[in-house]
Structure formats: structure tokens, C-alpha cells
Design a protein around this ligand. Structure first.
Ligand code: IVH
Length: 695
């Protein structure tokens, strides 16, 4: 079979399995065999990109790096909806609809209002060709590569009599479970967490690396169909067709005849919506008939045939029973409110169930830091108000001081010593958090550091997770990352432990049997091949995130060169400032860290970068720094970057006083230009740059 045919065959076979799996929840093939097919397809496509089909399933796993997103115009503007917050406003809407339709009979479709981001998908001849964000409603960002990673979104629609061109709209979202997982991960890595699933979805759909988008488990519910000719008679018909074509149509929609039934629907979903896998913030009501929708028309901003009803975020009183203090990987101490329901005031805390709020029981809420305690002005025993921000993360919004007369309170005293190890807490100037300086012995810091070390973006030891680390830590087998490399079969086999989830109180038993032990050891062994830049990140040096680690690894090429670098040598590295330099110096001055690095080195971990140094064409740009911005005629940005580097120049990521040249292409942002002008940076056009290196 020739490659073109094989590509076609594989594409169809994989699509079939995908469809069965995602639409019918049937697995007709083992994961392993599926991966083999996908790998074969990917490798053929890499060899023969000209034969890759537009709807290839390899797109699901991402891999494309989007340098910038093109702004594209929407064929039909993406409007927003008018909001209502009470029943009277809904009845007023219904009156306007009745008047607008001159007494004709009409029906409504009620749907949930999903809290994500609005997306538009264009299909040409049944194939998904474009995915665009709402943007300002007229123009949005083209994020096709990223939307193709949504597993439930058909890349090709197979149905008779499809219009040659149509658009589907829906809400892209991050399921709550993915959101929680992502935030936990970001916390382990020391990244800023997302405030709610909507922000997480929005950020994830606009990532440059579509493989990362794929990993974040985004999903989409579809709720509109648009085409140039009238294709369906009603919204109901279109939803049913979309469903039949394999689109993920939101469950729970309902056709009703009267506004009273709409209100019933609202009540019905008020609690029930909290059992859905995603955040919802209201419901949407749409006139069913498309003919009637046209009669009613639009205002400048929104349709007259639809409206949304927003549920109020539930806000409830609760008792602040205690404040506990959590110590994180970096030693930062976070105060946590322990709450109970008003009816549970007299119960011992281990018997309370917590406040029932928007579908779940809330017993704890973060208080962030000492400043927040002061800002809220709360005391122990206070009656406080709790709300779920973005419907997900519980938050204390205020305090009812009038209750203090009935129920006396006590001031909260922020601890001066670490609740885990007893060291005196410190606070750095300009930082809000108190932290425990005992980074070599404080248990949560040690444990956190091991968790960070094994993370996918660090040493990527998949066979170890939080529970297993806890077991290894508690049995004293692993107290530092280097101890992982001293483990062997005999030490691990038969270890077990019950791990209790603090939130739910549920216990889970972890035990190391043969297969588990083999996997763990294999994972640890494999980590010895992880490149130096990941190792450097894995060490968990303060302020050395993945990007900084990459820069340092590329510059110093080995741990020996890095640890012997002076402060001045460190800050000479592009984008390494004083704060990072000091942190690196201080890290390598600690004997425990020196020992750790030595042991890792002896274990056979990559402590040198094996990236080949760039071969210079000339040194004409030596000592010169560049920022590249905008779009260019003769180069894409990576080529330009390379061109600068092979001529001895260096790339910086932002415009600053250190910068020599801003290489400005078309469509670059005005603020960058202005900043460069102010700082006296020379602005180069593409031609000027070419002339410069041709000299
Ligand atoms: S229909 C003309 N249906 O709400 C507007 N929108 O405020 C047509 N949304 O931008 C939108 N769930 O992102 C519609 N079931 C639903 C929705 C929904 C959430 C979002 C959508 C839109 C915003 C409008």
C-alpha cells in the first residue's frame, strides 16, 4: 500500500475508534494498539506532510506551536446576551416577546448557561477548518490547532445534505475535575493558580503549545448552528441534528411553552446544576422558532429572542472555628479558615459537617496571608460569610460583627514559629507571606520538594505520585530527591500505608506489590535520561522556574559552571536579574544542597547540557541584544532568532534599558514601540537588519 493510501486508511480507522469511544463510550481496541496506530500515522504524516488529511486524528494530541494567533473576522457577529437576575425581569422579557410576535403562539428552549469561553467552529464540506474565540464579537483569535485537541469535537461531520459551509458555536470549558488537577499541579510547580475554571479555560485555549492545551482536558458544549441559508426550522431541530451529527450538545435543555415553566426550570436546576462536571452560572432562554427569532431581531448588542437568568452566588453565614496554618514547598505559611455551620456551634470540630454551599460541604477556606486576616478583621468564633467564587473555590467575604455580643470572640494570633517544625518564622521585605526558613528539615518542605522533583515538567517520574511519596517519606526511605536513586526492589516490596484525605476523611490504602515496585524503579531509572534543563528545574531553586532553568542550562551548560558562577556572571545572563542570581548563590552555599547535587551526579543524572553550541557564521552582532516583534516577510520568528544567534547576537524577551535593538515587523503592538522609543532603543526594520548582517 502506498503511503497516501495508508495515511487515509489509518485516519479512518482511528476516527472510527475515537467516535466509538467518545460518543458511544465503547472501547473496541486496547490503549496500546490504539497508540501504535496513532504513532504509525504520525510518523507517516511527518514523512509525507502533503498527504496529511485536514481532519487527521493526530491533531488531537496537539504539537503545533502557535507563535501568534491571527485575528479573524466572524462571518456572523458573536453577540452577547441580556442578563436578568429576578423573575420579574424574566416576565418583562416574556411580555416583550409576546408583543413582538403580535400574539402568535411561541415556545422557548431553556438551556444552562455554561461558564467558559464562547467559541466558533467553521466547517467546510463537513471538515472543521477554523476555530475562533469570541474576541470583541466582530473579530476573534484563530485558535484552530488548540480547538482540534477537544476530543469531543468532530473534525469531520459525516451526514447527508450538509450545507457546504456552516458554523457551530458553543462554550469551551474546563471541567471542574481538570481545573482542580491543573491548579494542584501549578501549586506544586510554584506557578500562580487560576482563580476559576473559566480563567483556566480561557488561558488554556490560548496557549502557544497545543500539546499542553491537549493535556489540560478541555471540553466544549455546542449550542448554535449558523449557515447562509435556512437549514432548520427551529432551535430544537438544530440541537437534535447537532447531536445526531456527533456534536457534544449540552444535556439538560428543555422545550417549554410558558414563562412559568421557564421559572420552574430555573428552580429545578438551581441545586441540580452543582452536580454537573462544569461550572454554570445561570440559564439561557431562547425563542424556539427561527422564523420568530428573525421577526424579533436584535438590538445593537444582543438578540431580542433570548435572555439569560443569572443565579446569585450563594452566600451563607458560617462560624470560624479555628485557623490552621499550612506550610508549602517553599516554606510559605498559609492561614486556613476552619468553618462549620451555625447549627454546629456546640459540636466538637471533628464531628462537624460544614456549611452546605452551592452543592458541596465547605469546611475550609484559604485566608491567603496575614494581610488578608487583617483586611477582613475577623476573630476566632466570628460569624463570617462564605461564598463560592466562580462557583468553585470557597471564600470568606465578610464578617457579621453584631454577633460578637452574643458569641464572644478572640483575636487571631498569627504564629511566630512554624507549626510543623517549630522554627521562627520570617517575612522578607516586600513580601506578604511569612515563611519557615528551615528548608533542610521542615517536613512539608522536604516532601513538597520531592513532589516537585518528580513532576512531569521536572524529572517526569510518572510511576510516583503524591500518595507513594508520602509513604516513602513517612518510612524514612526518601527524605531528599537523591534518596530515590538509592531505592531497590527489596526496600520497596511490601510497604503499605493508609492515607486519609483531609477533606473527605476517606482512607485509601497504598501498598507496594511486585508490579508497582518494578514500575517505580523503572520510572526512576528512566529519569536519568531527562535533559539538564529539567534537572535544574527539578532542584526547585527559588525563582528558577522552567523557563529560567532553560535559559541557565543553555548559557552555563553544566551544573559545575553554574554553581561556580559569581553574582556578576549570573546577572550577565540575559533575563537573569539580581533576585534570581541571589537565590542561586544562596542555594549552592547550603551544604545540604551541595550534597544533594553531588549525590544526584553520582547517581548518573544529566548534569550537563548536550545541546550543540550554535555554529557561528560571523560575530558581527557580538555583544548586541535584540527583541523581535511583529510579522516578517522573509523569515518566521524562529529563523530570525537563529539568524541573530549565528551572528553572535542575543535575544531578550522584553524591551528594557539593556536592549540595543528592537526588530520591528508588521502589526507589532504600539506599546512596545513606544516603550522602546522612550528608552532610546534603536528600532530596526527587516531590511535594515538584513543590511546589517550582510555587511
Ligand atoms: S447562546 C446571541 N447559549 O453566554 C448569544 N450562550 O452572554 C448567543 N453562554 O457569549 C449565545 N451558555 O459564551 C448561549 N447555552 C448557552 C450558553 C451561552 C453560555 C455564553 C456564551 C455567550 C454568553 C452570552
Amino acid at each position: 500500500m502506498n503511503p497516501e493510501q495508508r495515511i487515509q486508511e489509518l485516519t479512518e480507522t482511528i476516527q472510527h475508534y475515537n467516535y466509538r469511544y467518545y460518543q458511544d463510550s465503547v472501547s473496541e481496541i486496547s490503549d496500546f494498539d490504539f497508540d501504535q496506530l496513532l504513532k504509525e500515522l504520525k510518523s507517516l504524516e511527518d514523512q509525507y506532510p502533503e498527504f496529511r488529511l485536514e481532519d487527521s486524528p493526530t491533531q488531537r494530541v496537539g504539537g503545533t506551536i502557535n507563535k501568534t494567533f491571527n485575528a479573524v473576522y466572524h462571518r456572523y457577529p458573536m453577540l452577547s446576551l441580556d442578563n436578568t437576575y429576578n423573575e420579574q425581569e424574566l416576565r418583562n422579557f416574556d411580555d416583550r416577546v409576546r408583543k413582538g410576535l403580535d400574539g402568535e403562539a411561541y415556545e422557548y428552549i431553556c438551556e444552562l448557561k455554561f461558564d467558559g469561553i464562547s467559541l466558533s467552529f467553521t466547517y467546510e464540506n463537513g471538515v472543521l477548518v477554523r476555530g475562533v474565540t469570541r474576541g470583541d464579537g466582530t473579530r476573534g483569535d484563530e485558535i484552530t490547532h488548540n480547538v482540534k485537541t477537544i476530543r469531543t469535537l468532530p473534525l469531520r461531520v459525516k451526514a447527508d445534505n450538509l450545507p457546504p459551509l456552516f458554523e457551530i458555536r458553543g462554550e469551551g470549558f474546563m471541567p471542574i475535575s481538570s481545573f482542580q488537577k491543573l491548579n494542584e499541579e501549578m501549586e506544586t510547580l510554584g506557578d500562580t493558580v487560576y482563580a476559576n475554571p473559566r480563567n483556566a479555560a480561557s488561558g488554556s485555549f490560548k496557549l502557544q503549545d497545543s500539546a499542553e492545551t491537549a493535556r489540560r482536558g478541555l471540553d466544549c458544549y455546542l449550542y448554535s448552528f449558523l449557515s447562509d441559508n435556512e437549514f432548520f426550522k427551529s432551535h430544537e431541530e438544530s440541537l437534535e441534528a447537532l447531536k445526531a451529527w456527533g456534536f457534544n450538545v449540552s444535556p439538560g435543555w428543555k422545550k417549554v411553552q410558558t414563562i412559568d415553566e421557564v421559572i420552574e426550570y430555573i428552580h429545578e436546576w438551581e441545586e441540580k446544576r452543582t452536580t454537573l462536571p462544569l461550572a454554570t452560572d445561570g440559564i439561557v432562554i431562547k425563542v424556539n422558532s427561527f422564523e420568530q427569532q428573525r421577526e424579533l431581531g436584535f438590538t445593537a448588542k444582543s438578540p431580542r429572542w433570548a435572555i439569560s437568568f443569572k443565579y446569585k452566588a450563594e452566600n451563607k453565614p458560617a462560624i470560624l472555628r479555628a485557623v490552621t496554618y499550612q506550610v508549602g514547598r517553599t516554606g510559605a505559611v498559609t492561614p486556613v479558615a476552619n468553618l462549620c455551620d451555625l447549627t454546629e456551634r456546640a459540636l466538637p470540630y471533628n464531628q462537624v459537617k460544614g456549611v452546605h454551599l452551592s452543592g458541596t460541604r465547605v469546611k475550609r477556606a484559604t485566608l491567603h496571608n496575614a494581610n488578608e486576616l487583617e483586611r477582613l478583621g475577623i476573630q476566632l468564633g466570628d460569624t463570617v460569610f462564605v461564598e463560592k467564587s466562580g462557583e468553585i473555590i470557597p471564600k470568606i467575604t465578610g464578617v457579621d460583627v453584631t454577633q460578637r455580643e452574643l458569641f464572644p470572640t478572640q483575636p487571631i494570633v498569627f504564629p511566630t514559629t512554624c507549626p510543623e517544625c517549630g522554627s521562627a518564622l520570617q517575612r522578607n521585605e516586600g513580601e506578604v507571606a511569612f515563611f519557615c526558613p528551615n528548608d533542610s528539615h521542615c517536613p512539608p518542605q522536604l516532601k513538597g520538594r520531592i513532589e516537585h522533583f518528580i513532576h512531569r515538567k521536572a524529572m517526569n517520574i510518572e510511576s510516583l505520585g503524591e500518595g507513594k511519596i508520602e509513604l516513602l517519606f513517612d518510612t524514612n526511605l526518601v527524605r531528599t530527591p537523591a534518596d530515590l536513586y538509592d531505592l531497590n526492589y527489596d526496600k520497596l516490596l511490601g510497604l503499605e500505608k493508609n492515607i486519609v484525605n483531609e477533606e473527605t476523611g476517606k482512607a485509601k490504602k497504598i501498598s507496594f506489590r511486585e508490579k508497582t515496585v518494578e514500575n517505580i524503579l523503572k520510572g526512576i531509572d528512566l529519569s536519568k535520561t531527562v535533559p539538564f534543563k529539567n534537572v535544574l528545574f527539578a532542584l526547585g531553586i527559588r525563582f528558577v522556574g522552567a523557563t529560567v532553568a532553560e535559559k541557565l542550562a543553555a548559557y552555563f551548560k553544566s551544573i559545575d559552571a553554574l554553581r561556580s558562577a559569581s553574582y556578576d556572571q549570573l546577572i550577565a545572563v540575559p533575563e537573569i536579574g539580581g533576585r534570581i542570581a541571589l537565590s542561586i548563590e544562596s542555594y549552592f552555599s547550603v551544604p545540604e544542597n551541595q550534597d544533594l547535587v553531588e549525590r544526584l551526579k553520582n547517581a548518573g543524572i544529566q548534569m550537563e547540557s548536550d545541546e550543540k553550541p550554535v555554529e557561528l557564521e560571523s560575530n558581527i552582532l557580538e555583544g548586541k541584544t535584540f527583541v523581535i516583534s511583529g510579522v516578517f516577510e522573509n523569515f518566521d520568528r524562529d529563523d530570525l532568532k537563529l539568524k541573530i544567534e549565528v551572528n553572535g547576537g542575543r535575544i531578550l524577551s522584553g524591551v528594557s534599558g539593556k536592549l540595543n535593538y528592537l526588530l520591528a515587523g508588521a502589526n507589532m503592538g504600539p506599546s512596545k514601540l513606544e516603550k522602546a522609543r522612550k528608552l532610546g532603543v534603536t528600532i530596526l526594520s527587516e531590511e535594515e537588519f538584513l543590511a546589517m548582517i550582510e555587511k
